[in-house]
Design a protein around this ligand. Structure first.
Ligand SMILES: [Zn+2]
Length: 283
């Protein structure tokens, strides 16, 4: 009870902060939105000073995103929106219909920021890549949601990590990793020791590299489907890959993030006519 009310108060305070924040950072490429940073697929949103404030609650919350600006139309009319409820029983396991994902990550340098909607780590180098259906995508950034955005069999997990990649044509591919309370996650310890509580104007450099492979589960079976950004303008054409096995973070780590963003998840969206593939990774 106490915690919830405290969270609300904090959220109100954050909203007040990010109202200014949203407009002040809006002119930098499309960096304001978690999924979209540096996405060319968000053309209208970042280039005018009037970029509309949005949030996860109340009158600027997810059910109102489309009303906040014409560029957000897909948020309500799109038929391939993210996130979705992932259900092994409903997913297609048609071998060969969707290929496995190849992930080439190594310990790497990042800078971090609070963009008013999440904590985001921006890649300093371009040497982390994934290959999907023969196309290579380069990691641009990763960020977090509390609770998870995707559901597993109707349930949200504690958190979700999104690795956002871009190919040479600007097409986006996101790898989602669900996170559940358990052992402390060492790979996140330096990042967590510097979590910026308020929106940052400049990125904060991390001294150590982040061990990206340690942020992936052992078992790399995945769900794959065609979806969208989970933040305005909800642009479609995003290749989604979600790991079926969650990784662990401690309850303390979850609480530390939730003290800054008590709830920054978009609710699940309808599957409509989409195929969701369950893909077993070899080796
Ligand atoms: Zn995200």
């Amino acid at each position: 009870m106490m915690r919830k009310r405290w969270g609300k108060t904090l959220l109100a305070a954050l909203l007040a902060v990010s109202l200014t924040a949203c407009s002040s950072t809006a002119q930098q490429s499309s960096g304001g939105t978690p999924e979209a940073a540096p996405a060319p697929s968000a053309p209208a949103a970042g280039h005018e000073a009037h970029a509309v404030h949005w949030s996860y609650e109340g009158e600027t919350g997810p059910e109102h995103w489309a009303e906040l600006g014409t560029e957000n139309g897909a948020c309500s009319s799109g038929l391939e929106q993210s996130p979705i409820n992932l259900d092994e029983a409903k997913a297609s396991a048609d071998a060969g219909a969707a290929e496995a994902i190849e992930i080439n990550y190594q310990p790497s340098q990042f800078t971090i920021k609070n963009n008013g909607h999440t904590i985001q780590a921006d890649a300093v180098t371009e040497d982390n890549t994934i290959t999907l259906d023969g196309k290579e995508y380069t990691l641009a950034q990763f960020h977090f949601h509390v609770p998870s955005e995707h559901q597993m069999e109707g349930k949200n997990l504690d958190m979700e990590l999104h690795f956002v990649h871009k190919d040479a044509d600007g097409k986006l591919a996101v790898v989602g990793v669900l996170m559940k309370a358990g052992a402390a996650n060492e790979a996140l310890s330096e990042l967590w020791s510097k979590l910026p509580a308020e929106e940052t104007k400049e990125n904060i450099a991390l001294e150590k590299t982040i061990d990206l492979p340690a942020l992936l589960p052992q078992d790399q079976d995945v769900f794959r489907y065609d979806g969208s950004l989970t933040t305005p303008p909800c642009s479609e054409g995003v290749e989604w890959t979600v790991m079926q096995e969650p990784i662990e973070v401690s309850q303390e780590q979850i609480d530390a993030f939730a003290a800054i963003f008590p709830d920054n998840h978009r609710p699940v969206q309808p599957w409509n006519d989409r195929d969701v593939f369950s893909v077993n990774q070899q080796n």
